[in-house]
Write a protein that binds this ligand. Structure first.
Ligand code: GLN
Length: 516
């Protein structure tokens, strides 16, 4: 089924994915492409609207990203945001130059509420600005529809041609009515009706998977994370017993994680998933490989490689399969440089490097077009329990990189218990939805303590909690002292061999979210 599509053309802005997410939150499908994409490709998508992102360059300098102005004559509405707005004005005969006063942060903007973009928006509204250049003069045929104290053209439009420009960023949450503005653009200007919904996504894709796979066999590596769980659930629904899921217990899972995954996908599960489910107990071989290893990169490598070995052995037992299922999601696609303009951040491999030796014909990646929030929503539609779909990100190497120094079964047990207490108390305090990621780790440090009049010489646990929108940068969460107090006393009382608890106050940068 062809959905109404809005295209985001990326000029190197930081928020390209955010724009697409906001559009999709309004139930309109949205894809990101580099501004360099051949315009015939964009046109062939038959877009209902196009959005130009911001970007670090200045439109009046040579070599800055630009676009064939022919795009403005397609009769397809275009919204330019920040750099995108400046580019639109520049190409159509307006004047953009360095602003006498740069604007950064929350700014009061006065808008013309007669504009289709600003229907139901307050005449004075707080928007988020980040620019050094400004539109000194709008292009001929454009009407100025917003200004600020320092910025004569904070928004302009040529409604007849469907061209809209905003200097501020409607996609960031600091723009109080940004979501409404984007909604106005996609509904009032582009005429979308909102046909992008997760219930129909699941239904259509289950059907499409059934058709594509026919009576073929599919192999899926299940990690217990959100993406692979939703992937497995979708395939289970589509093809049942033709699916084999391999779940590797490497001994570095969170407390009860294995039991949770087995109860959802294993034999006799309550979800009606009738699949071949293989749970491999690889704990011993992992601990053997990791014995004596302390260097973080080396640890990561061993854990990743061993995963592939175990997975391959299982695959060999199954023999030839027709498809290998992967839980690739849209940010992976964008970040591997396939959509958008952002430089390659990481080339993406789902299960830590695909085993080349697994014998299969084709890949199936049914979540390839979804953002994380949408994957979670799809999971709910598929009936997965909330603790699985709302699970926070968990690194591939598992607890292995949350234990500084050598990994041993005893240390794993300590982190598992401390982490379970930390998660439980954060949920109890009602903070779990507010914090992006939180976990307990084991420092490799012993220190002296006293317990029941006796000297102890035990481990220190480190607690971490961060907020972030994109995991590229993060801030340490301002954790209430009473929550920290409760958790600390529970950990030292309930977890053996811990006599000290630290809270990590460092942001990213300079620290990373994980410890190793
Ligand atoms: N580089 C342009 C400016 O400074 C656009 C900035 C942006 O898109 N955020 O005005």
């Amino acid at each position: 089924m062809q959905h109404e599509t809005v295209i985001v053309l990326d000029f190197g802005g930081q928020y390209n994915q955010l724009i697409a997410r906001r559009v999709r939150e309004n139930n309109v499908y949205c894809e990101i492409y580099s501004y360099k994409t051949d315009l015939s490709v964009i046109k062939a998508k038959n877009p209902k609207g196009i959005i130009f992102t911001g970007g670090p360059n200045s439109v009046y300098l040579e070599d800055s990203p630009t676009i064939d102005p022919e795009i403005f004559n397609w009769g397809v509405p275009v919204l330019g945001i920040c750099y995108g707005s400046q580019l639109m004005m520049h190409l159509l005969g307006g004047h953009v130059c360095r602003a006498p006063e740069r604007e950064y942060g929350k700014t009061e903007v006065f808008v013309d509420t007669n504009s289709k973009m600003f229907t139901d928006v307050q005449p004075s509204t707080i928007c988020w600005m980040s620019h050094n250049d400004y539109i000194e003069q709008a292009a001929p045929g454009f009407k100025i529809t917003a200004h600020t104290v320092n910025c004569p053209v904070a928004a302009a439009e040529n409604a007849e041609k469907g061209l809209y420009a905003v200097q501020f960023h409607p996609e960031v949450l600091h723009t109080a009515e940004g979501k409404k503005m984007l909604r106005n653009f996609v509904y009032n200007v582009c005429g979308c009706t909102g046909d992008w919904k997760m219930d129909s996504f699941v239904e259509n894709n289950v059907k499409a998977l059934r058709e594509r796979i026919g009576d073929g066999k599919v192999l899926c590596a299940l990690s217990g994370g959100v993406d692979s769980s939703v992937l497995a659930a979708m395939l289970a629904k589509a093809i049942g017993k033709q699916l084999t899921c391999v779940f590797v217990d490497h001994g570095l899972l969170r407390k009860n994680e294995k039991e949770e995954v087995c109860s959802v996908f294993g034999p006799g599960n309550a979800n009606g998933f009738d699949i071949n489910f293989i749970c491999v107990d690889a704990r011993e071989r992992y601990f053997a490989k990791l014995a004596g290893v302390t260097e973080p990169e080396r640890k990561r490598k061993i854990i990743g490689e061993e995963f592939i070995r175990v997975f391959e052995e299982q695959a060999k037992k199954i023999g030839k399969v027709d498809f290998l299922a992967q839980g690739t999601i849209y940010p992976d696609v964008v970040e591997s440089g396939l959509g958008g303009e952002s430089t390659v951040i990481k080339s993406h491999h789902n299960v830590g490097g695909l085993p080349d030796t697994v014998d299969f014909k084709e890949l199936v990646e049914p979540l390839r077009n979804l953002f994380k929030d949408e994957v979670r929503q799809a999971g709910r539609e598929l009936g997965l329990p909330e603790y699985l779909v709302s699970r926070q990100p968990f690194p591939g190497p598992g607890l292995g990189i949350r234990i500084i120094g050598e990994v041993t079964p005893e240390k794993v047990a300590i982190v598992q218990d401390a982490d379970a207490i930390w998660r439980e108390e954060i949920a109890k305090a009602g903070l779990d939805k507010e914090i992006s990621q939180y976990y307990a780790a084991l420092t490799n440090m012993h220190s002296v303590g006293v317990m029941g009049d006796e000297r102890t010489y035990d481990y220190a646990v480190a607690l971490r909690a961060v907020t972030t929108t994109d995991f590229m940068t993060a801030e340490s969460y301002n954790m209430p002292w009473d929550v920290l107090g409760t958790v600390t006393s529970r950990i030292v009382n309930e977890v053996k061999h811990v006599n000290r608890v630290f809270y990590d106050c460092t942001g990213k940068p300079p620290a990373t979210i994980e410890l190793e």
